[in-house]
Write a protein that binds this ligand. Structure first.
Ligand SMILES: CC(C)(COP(=O)(O)OP(=O)(O)OC[C@H]1O[C@@H](n2cnc3c(N)ncnc32)[C@H](O)[C@@H]1OP(=O)(O)O)[C@@H](O)C(=O)NCCC(=O)NCCS
Length: 174
């Protein structure tokens, strides 16, 4: 990772990380520009989410700096039998730590774990205006699969939703 800042450790999430994960998620959500929610769900819901990921073996990594969690990336496997090879990805890095290689490291670790867990396809939605995220996803192998026009409305400003997906060769239709 390129960075002259504090040392960053990327690791699978544990139950000790729930509060830090929740705080990071909340700070990014409150920026209003990136995620589908404007605040994190209650702490208890974050706890349930993390417990489920641990129980189900869904890849979920966090970035630690000192005592702070500065980013996360998770891939939740679909519960439906016909989509059980697919997972939905979500991620974020807190505003003051962007551009330091943390997002790339988080996504790389999470994708590797997803592949090792047998997932064949990763889905994501991203706002069309979110240039840094789209560049990262393209760089990591995601392809553009569609666009939902004016799917977002944030304080009266509309944006399109881009559908992106990554399919590993084992999952490509013959
Ligand atoms: C998207 C996000 C996770 C990237 O994390 P990051 O730690 O800032 O990114 P990195 O420093 O690891 O950069 C990785 C790649 O992202 C792209 N990128 C990062 N910042 C960029 C910027 N300002 N402009 C264009 N591309 C950018 C580049 O491709 C970069 O690779 P490169 O430096 O080799 O060219 C981060 O910007 C973020 O949390 N944004 C807000 C939340 C969000 O958008 N979540 C995803 C919702 S779909």
């Amino acid at each position: 990772m390129r960075d002259d800042g504090p040392s960053t450790r990327i690791a699978p999430i544990t139950l000790d990380d729930v509060e830090g994960f929740h705080a990071a998620l909340d700070s990014v959500a409150r920026e209003r520009r990136f995620l589908a929610s404007f605040e994190a769900p209650p702490l208890e819901a974050a706890q349930v989410f993390v417990e489920a990921n641990l129980r189900e073996g869904n890849p979920h990594f966090v970035a630690h700096e000192g005592g702070r969690i500065v980013g996360w990336c998770d891939i939740k496997r679909s519960g439906r039998p016909v989509h059980a090879h697919c997972g939905v990805m979500g991620m974020g890095v807190v505003a003051d730590r962007r551009g330091a290689g943390i997002g790339r490291a988080l996504l790389g670790a999470t994708l590797a774990a997803a592949r090792a867990a047998g997932l064949l396809r990763v889905d994501l939605d991203v706002r069309a205006a979110n240039t840094p995220a789209i560049a990262l996803y393209e760089r990591m192998g995601f392809r553009h699969e569609g666009r939902k026009v004016a799917a977002y409305n944030v304080d009266g400003a509309f944006d399109d939703l881009l559908v992106m997906g990554l399919v590993w060769p084992e999952g490509a239709a013959g």
